[in-house]
Write a protein that binds this ligand. Structure first.
Ligand code: AMP
Ligand code: MG
Length: 385
């Protein structure tokens, strides 16, 4: 299949209507269009057309029990897709739509099981990106869209990433330039008595709690899901967002038992809070840097290519390996923005190992660490000063 690549000039969006109309026609005709959103690039299909939605799984090489998010262009488009809109959802829509928040509702009869992975619930989001919004409005149908990457690869944050993964597999790619946020939307399940966070994103836990009070967190957000557990967001069970290289996170040990997830730390060895790690995560301990340098040296001595994922504040402290900064540690937005692009760059460079610094887990850091720990398959090395 020939994939048409269409550049959209954001400065003159009115003049792009004809191009967006073509995208809309493809969607209505059952085809696939990749498009920019404020989070990551999406791979869209008509969300009410079972067969079209199924093509997404084929194009991505994704297991079809992993449900899709329906993207809408106006709040009124929600009602026909869901059985009810709970009070908490109303408040969250009011506060965060359009924007990077997806909510899970009981689905209505018009939503096919092909888009929900067989579930009786449906995920819905209203993106704030004007290119996405206009395309969806012109299509006149909810647009089912996961991230526009091959399954298992880091999500695409530029049109070039989408071209790498999707050329020849889909009808059209809308190139709207680099995305703003860089990590996928926050997902909140609003079907129960207490809203439940299923995936952290740019609408942070702190923001959710300010808006609706109590919010629960699905255990899969923090750590690995046992093989026999069926998670609520089926995507949570796979190694995800992953580069081809073996990614290992290096983190300063906090007092015994407080580091979430599993790691390399033998039982009973971590009892000290290392110096140099502030609560806001604005510093990295010398132990982390030393450990990354030591591991890098060991792998390089074995003839392996090693990437180091660090920040502007620390990049000069790694004398060996292929060193890439993901941004300013002091600015979580910059880290979220560049994270997937740097993981993809390491793929292009053909590194065998990536050693990564860790980040604070508050605010946007929760999403950053969620993606990094999943990409690492929860392989974290804890070190002490
Ligand atoms: P992606 O499209 O790559 O951003 O991934 C979509 C995410 O939304 C996946 O983690 C899905 O498992 C999750 N999701 C979509 N629909 C539902 C649903 N009905 N219930 C729970 N999670 C969902
Ligand atoms: Mg994805």
């Amino acid at each position: 299949m020939d994939t048409r690549i269409v550049v959209i000039d954001r400065e003159k969006l009115q003049t792009a209507d004809e191009l967006l109309m073509e995208a809309a026609r493809i969607l209505r005709g059952g085809g696939l269009v990749a498009f920019p959103t404020e989070t990551v690039y999406g791979l869209g299909a008509n969300g009410l057309d079972d067969a079209a939605a199924r093509k997404i799984y084929a194009a991505k090489g994704r297991p079809s029990d992993n449900p899709l998010i329906l993207h809408i262009s106006a709040a009124e488009e929600l009602a026909p897709l869901v059985r009810e809109v709970p009070e908490a959802a109303r408040k969250l829509m009011e506060a965060f739509w359009p924007g990077p928040l997806t909510m899970i509702f009981e689905k209505s009869g018009i939503v096919p099981y092909g888009t929900t992975g067989g579930l009786d619930t449906v995920a819905v989001r209203m993106p704030s990106d004007p290119v996405a919004g206009r395309m969806i409005a012109l299509a006149g149908v909810p647009v089912a869209a996961p991230s526009a990457n091959l399954s298992g690869r880091p999500s695409p944050t530029t049109a070039q990433h989408v071209i790498e993964d999707m050329s020849g597999r889909i009808e059209m790619i809308l190139d709207g330039g680099p995305v703003g946020i860089g990590v996928e939307s926050t997902i909140v399940d609003v079907t129960g008595p207490v809203p439940m966070l299923l995936r952290p994103g740019a609408v942070t836990m702190e923001m959710l709690r300010d808006t609706v009070g109590e919010v629960a967190v699905d255990p899969a957000v923090a750590g690995p899901v046992a093989a026999d557990v069926k998670p609520r967001a089926p995507g949570m069970k796979y190694r995800h967002y992953a580069p081809k290289a073996e990614l290992v996170l290096v983190e300063a040990a906090s007092p015994a038992g407080e580091n979430p997830g599993s790691g390399d730390r033998p039982a009973g060895t971590a009892a000290v809070l290392p110096c140099g790690v502030s609560a806001a995560g604005t510093a990295v301990s010398a132990a982390v840097i030393d450990t990354i340098n030591r591991l890098t040296g060991e792998r390089m001595a074995e003839g392996r290519r090693v990437g180091i994922l660090c920040t502007d504040e620390t990049k000069d402290r790694y004398p060996r390996g292929i060193v890439r900064s993901v941004g300013l540690r002091a600015s979580q937005e910059t880290v979220a923005h560049s994270l997937f692009a740097v993981l993809r760059e390491f793929d292009d460079l053909g590194v065998d190992y990536i050693y990564s610094e860790s980040f604070a887990r508050d605010h946007l850091g929760q999403a950053i660490m969620n993606r990094l720990t999943k990409a690492a398959g929860y392989h974290i090395i804890y070190c002490e000063n």
